[in-house]
Design a protein around this ligand. Structure first.
Ligand SMILES: [Zn+2]
Length: 539
């Protein structure tokens, strides 16, 4: 099975490589699907044919692909390329539509994962390697997410044997995107952490059998729970995975999904060939709010999608959110506010607003009940609300928090997802829980008339619940958009023109346009942020 590579080809010494580039040209690896053979694809700038070759003469040497072994054989390489370069916005949208067909994840997480996929295609240009941590108990669907990402990322390698020399050789030679299920690497915890710590920066090498290997590269790890390693976690996009109630999702190995992935791969590859030398990050205000590691992560992800400033702004927003929520468990001040909201939305289901002053009182009662020695000012409460994306409105000189359907849903998600540690008084009685659509959805209780097409898996809003018209408008738009993408994808496949991106009619959908929203709803002012927690003198 193992073949010894020749040392001379065409009368020239060989140079084993997975990638070589010069100004406006590059030589990259592809794989012939039938024979599994690795070949070079020679790209010489836009407008010229991409050539397929077994060896390539270069600087008095002959380039040859790396020798295949039992690990390299399992690395995915592209086998075709598209004729034209698709815009980033289009690629992001296509990836998202694929995710929507097989994953039950919030928009924000799907967007982060789509950005991650893009980043893997230009990994050799990135300052730090991006990591994704998929966190969920076995059976929650982390493996599905791994498999879906594996279909789309550059040079994906799904592996459990992370200590073999062959594995390190493969990492060193072709910089794969690694997919690791922590539970499958039993007994290799130390190796895994070593691999992860050494693999984010370019100049750190892993030592193995007296040789040093480059382990730099994008990685996705599925964890049953987040590792107790803040330094490592702060380098990751953290995606909590929950078991889904949806039954309409396609499997990652279904024909439809494979087809979609095969449609995308040549386009992602073309994007790499054409754009990798001209990547830049647009200047987006607010980047300095990110902490250093999150800032590094932002730069890597933003570089890959820098052509699309709207996407970069959204990325920044998502990473800020990551920075704020990925603490486990939440600090007591945040727990108290979320707990108080949870109490309120169940005790007074008919009320869609909550006075900030009342919320502050309730949060302080919770702090007292939890034995905390500090209390919150209404401003500090405002800061917490702002961090979690809750909106406030001003009515008759008083600030009230909007508890619309979206806000109620968010409170439930925060409670279940981030281990909010609050006294039992914050949880509703069984009776109230029965009346709450979100509690019911979380506990998997479905009444007969709660048939739903809602992509969240929640039953539709109860009749008395007040629906934010803006949100309805936007979610309506989104549904049209999804439908449309599905149709287009199907048509694209039918016309058998794989490898060529058709000009797609511009639909002018502004998904990220917040202007409308800002007219109606005031976000919390910045000056309120200044004071965080007011200490309370007890004596
Ligand atoms: Zn509830």
């Amino acid at each position: 099975m193992k073949t010894v590579p020749p040392s001379v080809v065409n009368g020239k010494p060989v140079h084993v490589t997975d990638f070589v580039e010069g100004k406006d040209w590059c030589v990259d690896l592809g794989r012939v699907p039938e024979t599994r053979e690795l070949l070079f694809l020679v790209y010489q700038g836009e407008g010229t044919q991409i050539e397929c070759r077994r060896t390539v003469p270069w600087q008095g040497k002959e380039l040859i692909p790396p020798e295949q072994d039992q690990v390299l054989e399992h690395v995915r390489f592209p086998f075709s390329y598209s004729m034209h370069v698709a815009p980033v916005s289009d690629l992001l949208q296509r990836i998202d539509s694929l995710f929507m067909r097989c994953l039950d994840l919030e928009d924000e997480y799907r967007f982060l994962l789509a950005s991650f996929v893009m980043s893997t295609w230009v990994i050799d240009r990135l300052p730090v390697a991006p990591y994704v941590a998929l966190v969920g108990p076995p059976g929650s669907g982390t493996t599905t997410v791994l498999k879906v990402l594996h279909l789309l990322c550059r040079r994906g390698l799904l592996t459990s044997d992370i200590s073999s020399a062959a594995f390190y050789r493969a990492s060193d030679r072709v910089t794969p995107t690694l997919f690791i299920d922590e539970t499958a690497t039993a007994g290799q915890q130390r190796t895994l952490f070593h691999l992860l710590r050494s693999g984010t920066t370019r100049d750190v090498f892993a030592l193995r059998e007296n040789r040093s290997y480059r382990t730099f590269g994008a990685k996705v790890v599925a964890w049953p729970e987040l590792p107790d390693d803040d330094a490592l976690n702060s380098r990751c996009i953290i995606i909590p995975i929950q078991e889904t109630l949806r039954t309409d999702l396609l499997r990652p190995d279904s024909t439809e999904i494979i087809k979609d992935a095969e449609w995308l791969a040549p386009r992602l590859f073309r994007y790499r060939l054409a754009k990798r030398q001209m990547l830049s990050i647009p200047s987006i205000p607010g980047v300095n709010r990110l902490r250093p590691r999150m800032h590094d992560l932002y730069e890597s992800l933003a570089l890959a999608i820098g052509e699309d400033p709207i996407a970069c702004a959204r990325l920044l927003e998502c990473l800020e959110h990551q920075q704020n929520v990925n603490r486990d468990p939440l600090p007591p001040n945040q727990s108290a506010v979320i707990g108080a909201l949870h109490k309120q939305i169940h005790a007074h289901m008919e009320q869609t607003t909550y006075l900030n002053l009342d919320l502050t009182k309730e949060a302080n009662l919770i702090l007292a009940e939890s034995g905390e020695r500090f209390r919150l000012t209404w401003k500090a409460v405002g800061t917490v609300l702002k961090n979690y994306g809750f909106f406030k409105k001003r009515t008759k000189r008083k600030w009230v928090i909007s508890l619309d359907r979206a806000a109620r849903k968010r409170v439930h998600e925060l409670m279940s997802r981030y281990g909010v540690d609050v006294p039992s008084s914050c949880f509703p009685s069984r009776e109230l829980e029965e009346a709450c659509e979100f509690c019911k959805a979380q506990h998997g209780v479905h009444s007969e008339d709660s048939e739903s097409n809602d992509s969240t898996g929640y039953p539709p809003a109860a009749k008395e619940a007040v629906v934010n018209p803006l949100e309805e408008l936007r979610s309506g738009e989104k549904e049209e958009e999804i439908e449309d993408i599905k149709c287009r994808t199907a048509e694209d496949f039918e016309d058998e023109d794989v490898g060529i991106i058709e000009d797609i009619e511009e639909e002018d959908i502004d998904r990220f346009d917040n202007e409308e929203e800002e007219e109606d709803i005031d976000r919390f002012d910045n000056e309120e942020e200044e004071k965080d927690i007011d200490r309370f003198d007890e004596d």
